[in-house]
Design a protein around this ligand. Structure first.
Ligand code: PEP
Length: 266
């Protein structure tokens, strides 16, 4: 375990029906959580249900949000410059619904929806501006790892975030920005990174933060590992000195397994 309070995220991705979400929430509520922060990210349509029915200490995250001002109340703030982003959900709306967290820069957003480093950086700064806590995902492809580019890729992803946060007034790292290191080759593949690979990247991310942001931020920033984490492999990873939590995809859809993963830190 690292420096900060352990934090586990559950990314439900584009999964679930009204009925399955209800069951999963019941399973989560029935689990006993130790001293840990837990953030679950249902699809937008189920955010309200999750907010209403998940008990503390569970908190809720959106899986994405838009980067430009979006209309919150069209009857009071009609402005033709805002809101013309069909299909998007704005940070303002998440703030309005008191959704405390948002996941940004997931590799599926970067790769399937062509979100660039700069775009993700802008989103992070915009979400922070609206007071949202952010889990920002970084990570390399297998090809990038094999050609020795892992840290170049990750540092470029981090730099785009750091630049935008610096440039945007009233926006900051605080302890509300969590970094999720998710090697793309380990996501949904059952191929978990080795403890050595995880510790190596996490320590380098922390050093980058110390060198490029501040010592304070490097200490306060929690770094999660994500990529095929399950109830069987989480304990070994949780012991690593620079790991502050997990971001879990597949296994977060099974209530019992997810609760086990959340409790690994203790
Ligand atoms: C993810 O998508 O963030 C993830 C880590 O997925 P999985 O746990 O299924 O590999």
């Amino acid at each position: 375990a690292g420096n900060g309070r352990f934090i586990v995220g559950g990314n439900w991705k584009c999964n679930g029906t009204r009925a399955s979400v209800k069951t999963l929430i019941e399973e989560l509520n029935a689990g006993e959580l130790r001293d840990v922060d837990v953030v679950v990210a249902p699809p937008f349509l189920f955010l309200d249900e999750a907010t209403e029915t998940l008990k503390a200490p569970y908190e809720v995250a959106a899986q994405n949000c838009w980067v430009e001002p979006g209309l919150v109340d069209p009857t009071h703030h009609y402005d033709s410059d805002t809101g013309a982003f069909t299909g998007e959900v704005s940070a303002e709306m998440l703030e309005d619904l008191r959704i405390p967290w948002v996941i940004l820069g997931h590799s599926e957003r970067r790769n399937l929806f062509n979100e660039s480093n700069e775009f993700v950086g802008k989103k992070v700064a915009h979400a922070r501006f609206h007071g949202l806590s952010v889990i920002v995902c970084v990570g390399e492809t297998l090809e990038e790892r094999e050609s020795g580019k892992t840290m170049d890729v990750i540092f470029a992803q981090l730099k785009a975030v750091a630049t935008e946060i610096d440039d945007k007034e009233h926006s900051s790292w605080g302890s509300q920005v969590v970094i999720a290191y998710e090697p793309i080759w380990a996501i949904g593949t059952g191929k978990v990174a080795t403890p050595e690979q995880v510790q190596d990247v996490h320590a380098k991310i922390r050093q980058w933060l110390a060198d490029n942001v501040s010592e304070e931020v490097a200490k306060a920033t929690r770094i999660q590992y994500g990529g095929s984490v399950n109830a069987g492999n989480c304990s070994e990873l949780a012991r690593l000195s620079d790991i502050d939590g997990f971001l879990v995809g597949g296994a977060s859809l099974k209530g019992d397994d997810f609760v086990k993963i959340c409790n690994t830190s203790a």
